[in-house]
Design a protein around this ligand. Structure first.
Ligand SMILES: NC(=O)c1ccc[n+]([C@@H]2O[C@H](COP(=O)([O-])OP(=O)(O)OC[C@H]3O[C@@H](n4cnc5c(N)ncnc54)[C@H](OP(=O)(O)O)[C@@H]3O)[C@@H](O)[C@H]2O)c1
Length: 284
């Protein structure tokens, strides 16, 4: 049984892209228009990650009374900044804001989270584009460890646009890291465990700590745990996945939490940044 650690995958991706970064010149814009504590923690982690690779972060965290127009004018400024190649929008946003309008105001090639309709459309059409990092990371981690999805019975738990649905489309692509038979389950799926028990590869992305048990998965299967849940254990706050790794010896492989998909997701975000920058340089 193999533990598919994210770190070597991350290192490989970063070594492939880091030479394309102009440290001290390149910039990224992050919008944190919320008082949600988890979003603030995530924003700080992103600032640290981009700064580590020499990319300056313009973190815009307006007060609660911010107007839609103020946000749109900041996005406009970021869109026209020649050295700023990526924009991230943290969720949730203050209630008065129209998130869809803000998302669609991004220049498509700076949408490093792959959340604009045009980038999601390119994903669907199998064209080059910027795709949601978590979905991409879930496939990249398997690819790195030589686990192909072609011909496999893949079951995804979770149908959000940026994780479950995007992942389903990636797994249907016409190559060795696609060509899977894909089932997407959600909160209204009846007898979800029956689907998971038959899967060759389970992708868990529901946001519920230890909701599934590794012992329920079939002999020789693989699970990719995408969930990130903060729980209290012995008075400490720790991060756990959606799968309880209660018994793993019968599996072929699994990704740990923390240290699995989440680690790779950051590297894909950086790769999307570099991709966005190169598109501008090559005018494509
Ligand atoms: N590793 C990373 O880099 C990364 C990045 C982003 C998110 N995440 C994590 O991934 C998880 C999912 O994130 P998300 O943004 O996709 O969350 P989300 O938007 O809240 O979607 C959760 C999905 O899970 C489904 N679901 C909830 N409870 C369920 C249950 N008991 N049985 C079956 N399906 C259930 C929901 O079904 P309905 O549609 O029917 O409501 C929904 O489709 C979270 O833990 C999040 O922290 C990780």
């Amino acid at each position: 049984m193999k533990v598919l650690k994210g770190n070597p995958v991350k290192e490989k991706i970063i070594s492939d892209v880091k030479n394309y970064i102009d440290a001290g010149k390149d910039k990224v814009g992050i919008l944190l228009a919320t008082d949600d504590k988890s979003a603030a923690v995530y924003a700080r982690a992103q600032v640290k990650m981009f700064s580590k690779y020499g990319i300056d972060v313009d973190l815009y965290s307006p007060t609660k009374d911010v107007k839609q127009d103020e946000i749109l004018s900041r996005i406009k400024k970021w869109n026209s900044d020649e050295n700023l190649h990526g924009i991230m929008l943290l969720s949730p946003m203050y209630r008065q804001l129209n998130r869809n309008e803000i998302v669609e105001s991004l220049e498509s090639d700076k949408d490093i989270e792959g959340i604009k309709a045009i980038n999601l459309g390119k994903l669907m059409l199998n064209e080059n584009g910027l795709f949601p990092p978590t979905a991409v990371a879930s496939v990249e981690i398997l690819k790195y460890y030589g686990i192909e999805t072609e011909g496999k019975n893949c079951v995804i738990a979770g149908r959000s646009v940026i994780v479950g649905k995007s992942l389903a489309i990636l797994l249907l692509r016409y190559d060795k890291m696609g060509n899977a038979t894909v089932t997407v389950c959600h909160s209204k799926t009846a007898n979800i465990k029956d689907y998971l028990r038959r899967a060759d590869i389970v992708f868990a992305a529901i946001g519920r700590a230890g909701y599934f048990k590794a012992s329920d998965f079939k002999e020789g299967s693989v699970y990719v745990d995408i969930g990130i849940n903060v729980v209290e254990k012995n008075g400490k706050r720790i991060i756990v996945g959606d799968v309880e790794p209660d018994k793993v010896e019968h599996l072929y492989a699994y990704t740990p939490v923390p240290g699995g998909v989440g680690t790779v997701t950051n590297a894909i975000l950086l790769r999307n940044y570099v991709e966005s920058k190169r598109r501008k340089d090559f005018n494509c």
